[in-house]
Design a protein around this ligand. Structure first.
Ligand SMILES: [Zn+2]
Length: 70
């Protein structure tokens, strides 16, 4: 089907993909850009939230974290 783009998460052709550009600054500066079907999008949000939760297992965030000082 013309115009369908594969989901970056599961590869399923999606007629209405959700574009998501996210800047992650947990352990490094990173721009994550994905096209996701609604299902994967929901999963991704879940995972993202889990990672962001305090107390969640995450990479060492210490003085090495990206604390940007102007
Ligand atoms: Zn998907």
């Amino acid at each position: 089907m013309a115009g369908t783009e594969p989901c970056d998460g599961c590869g399923t052709p999606t007629e209405d993909p959700l574009a998501r550009t996210v800047q992650l600054r947990v352990d490094r500066s990173e721009v994550d850009s994905q096209r996701l079907c609604p299902e994967c999008f929901a999963d991704w949000i879940e995972e993202y939230r889990t990672r962001m939760q305090p107390g969640a297992k995450k990479p060492t965030v210490d003085t090495d974290a990206d604390i940007i000082v102007d």
